[in-house]
Design a protein. Structure first.
Length: 361
C-alpha cells in the first residue's frame, strides 16, 4: 500500500523533550488539516485522460501522521485531521505516532476506534524513570505499558519507538526496556523502532553537550549497543521495523554531535551478527547465509572488524574462518576485501584474499 506521511512537527506535545527538534529532523513546517486534505485529494485524483477528465485512483493509501503527539492535539483540531483522512480512497488506513500520556480519554479512543487504524506508534523513548526525567519526557514507564494495553483493548495495532544514548541511559537500561515490554502478552504483535539520540542544534541537549553535561554515544558505541539491543529484541520475538533515523538534508545540517550515520541500521545488524557468531562459536568457523554477507563486509568491513576485536583473531583469520552458504556458484569473495578500509582488492592489512569458492566444513 502506498504511504503518504505528514509530519506534524511537535504538534500537541505535552513537553519539549531535551533532544527533540522535529522541524530540523523533518525539515518542514507542520501541514494544516486543509493542506493534508488537499494533498490526499491530489494524490487520489489519478492520471488525467488528457481531455480534462481525471480518473479517481482506486488504490488506497496509508495516511501517516508522524513527528508530533497525535492524540494530544486539541480535540477540534484532531477531528479536522481525521476528517481530512476521509478524503483518501476507500480501503485507506491511518497510522499515527503519539505520546503515552495522551491515552487516558476513553471517548477519544472510542472515536479513533471508528477509523481503520493500521498502527498507533507510541513514542516511548525509554521506560526508565531516571532516563525519562533527564530527557524531560513527562511520563513514566508504567504509562507506556498501560498506554499499550489501552490501545490494544480498542483493537488498535500498536508499535513502540525507543531510543538509545539518552541522558542517564546506559545499555542495561535500554535492555531492561525490552524486558519490561516483553512482560506484556505477545511480543510478536509489538513492532519496535529504535532511534539514536543525537545532539541537534538549538536543543536543550546541545546546551548540556557544550557545558560538558551530556556525552553522546559515538557511532561505534551506538552500533555495538544497538547490536546487543537488537539481539535481545530478536530473542524476545519483537519485530524490529527500523533502526536509525530517516536521512534528510535538514537533519544532516542540524546534527551537532552524536551517532549520526545514514546506515546506522546496517551497522547495528552487522554488530548483532558479529556478536551472535562470537557468542555461539567463539573460535569459529562461522557459517553465514550469503544473503547476510554485506552485514559483515559492508561499511568498511565493520562486522568483520568487530568479530576480530571480540574473538582476538586477526581480520584476515576471521575471513578465513567465514563460510557463506547459499551463494551463487563462482561468486567471488573479493567484494568483502574491497570493502575493508584501506584495501583495494586485497584482504585486511593488505593480505591477499582467497577468491576461490570454498566448501562449508
Ligand atoms: S514527544 Fe516526540 S515529537 Fe514531541 S517533543 Fe518529545 S520527541 Fe519531540
Amino acid at each position: 500500500m502506498r504511504r503518504i506521511p505528514f509530519f506534524l512537527s511537535m504538534k500537541g506535545c505535552p513537553s519539549r523533550c531535551v533532544y527533540c527538534d522535529q522541524r530540523e529532523i523533518t525539515g518542514a513546517e507542520p501541514p494544516s488539516p486543509r493542506d493534508v486534505a488537499e494533498t490526499i485529494f491530489t494524490r487520489s485524483r489519478g492520471i488525467s485522460s488528457g481531455e480534462g477528465q481525471e480518473t479517481p485512483s482506486p488504490e488506497p493509501f496509508e495516511v501517516c501522521f508522524f513527528g508530533g503527539s497525535f492524540t494530544c492535539l486539541p480535540r477540534p483540531l484532531l477531528r479536522e485531521y481525521l476528517q481530512s483522512f476521509r478524503k483518501a480512497p476507500p480501503g485507506s488506513l491511518l497510522r499515527f505516532s503519539t505520546h503515552p500520556r495522551c491515552l487516558d480519554d476513553a471517548s477519544l479512543l472510542e472515536e479513533l476506534e471508528t477509523y481503520p487504524i493500521s498502527a498507533a506508534e507510541l513514542g516511548a523513548a525509554s521506560l526508565d524513570a531516571r532516563v525519562l526525567i533527564a530527557s524531560h519526557r513527562n511520563h513514566d514507564g508504567e504509562t507506556v505499558l498501560s498506554g499499550i494495553e489501552k490501545l490494544r483493548a480498542r483493537n488498535m495495532p500498536v508499535g513502540v519507538q525507543l531510543m538509545l544514548g539518552l541522558p542517564e541511559q546506559d545499555l542495561s537500561s535500554a535492555l531492561e526496556d525490552l524486558r519490561r515490554l516483553a512482560v506484556l502478552p505477545d511480543s510478536r504483535q509489538l513492532p519496535l523502532r529504535l532511534y539514536p539520540c543525537l545532539v541537534l542544534a538549538g536543543t536543550e541537549l546541545e546546551r548540556r553537550f557544550h557545558q560538558g553535561r551530556y556525552e553522546p554515544l559515538s557511532v561505534e558505541d551506538a552500533a555495538i549497543q544497538g547490536g546487543r539491543w537488537f539481539l535481545l529484541a530478536k530473542k524476545l520475538e519483537f519485530p524490529v521495523l527500523r533502526i536509525g533515523l530517516q536521512e534528510t538534508v535538514s537533519l544532516r545540517n542540524s546534527v551537532v554531535a552524536g551517532p549520526y550515520h545514514p546506515a546506522l541500521g546496517e551497522l547495528v545488524r552487522g554488530s548483532a551478527l558479529a556478536l551472535e557468531l562470537a557468542e555461539t562459536t567463539p573460535r569459529g568457523p562461522w557459517v553465514v547465509p550469503a544473503a547476510q554477507r554485506s552485514l559483515l563486509t559492508g561499511h568498511g568491513g565493520w562486522g568483520i572488524r568487530l568479530l576480530s576485536r571480540i574473538t582476538g583473531a586477526e581480520p584476515v583469520e576471521v575471513l578465513r574462518l567465514l563460510f557463506w552458504t547459499g551463494e551463487e556458484k563462482n561468486q567471488r569473495r573479493s567484494d568483502s576485501s574491497k570493502s575493508m578500509p584501506g584495501n583495494k582488492g586485497n584482504g585486511p592489512h593488505g593480505a591477499k584474499v582467497d577468491n576461490e569458492e570454498r566448501k562449508v566444513p
